[in-house]
Design a binder for this molecule. Structure first.
Ligand code: ZN
Length: 187
């Protein structure tokens, strides 16, 4: 499931602004990797998620993985733009900012997408604080160590995060199905 803005991200801007050197480094990484679907499926399996999964439970799991708390906040400033969510990684915490959405499922998907980036360690692709600051001048560049936004400069990175978000959403959805209704269907 995708919100419209999920498909319209900052890719164009980033592609235009990225240096050839960085683009080369990223391409090198994807050459050594698998397809986004395989990357996402492998990451999903490695999480060894409990049978009953909630968004809050998943956030706790990713907090352990990242070794710091995750703060999630709504950022109305993201509305009307092409970015639905933003991940700011600081020494103290991981911060997810997401657009306002009347749909709880969309909101969950924005968050799952950013969690997908965290799980896949996309911050290690190395967007510099200076570069992040140039993209988002209203943010404190000194505080923000790394920024990885909803959109990205590599299709594969975005596809992997979104595919992982879809797998996580399915796991949460399946967890919400009551055992009794399973019995009715399969019993
Ligand atoms: Zn993304």
């Amino acid at each position: 499931m995708n919100a419209v803005c999920a498909r319209l991200d900052l890719k164009a801007i980033l592609m235009a602004e990225l240096s050839a050197a960085r683009r080369g480094a990223v391409e090198e990484q994807s050459v050594h990797g698998s397809t986004p679907a395989v990357v996402a499926a492998d990451a999903f399996k490695s999480l060894r998620l409990p049978n009953h999964l909630t968004l809050d439970g998943l956030v706790e799991i990713v907090e352990v993985l990242r070794g710091r708390p995750i703060e999630i906040d709504v950022a109305p400033v993201l509305n009307g733009g092409s970015v639905c969510g933003l991940w700011l990684s600081t020494e103290a915490s991981e911060i997810i900012l997401h657009a306002v959405s009347p749909s709880a499922l969309h909101r969950q998907q924005f968050i799952l997408h950013e969690l997908g980036h965290m799980i896949l360690r996309h911050d290690e692709l190395g967007v510099s604080a200076e570069y992040a600051e140039s993209l988002f001048p209203n943010l404190n560049g000194e505080l923000v160590r790394k920024v990885l936004n909803r959109s990205s400069f590599v299709d594969e990175v975005e596809a992997a995060a979104e595919t992982l978000a879809d797998l996580l959403a399915a796991a949460i959805r399946d967890s919400a199905i009551e055992p009794r209704s399973f019995e009715r269907i399969f019993g």
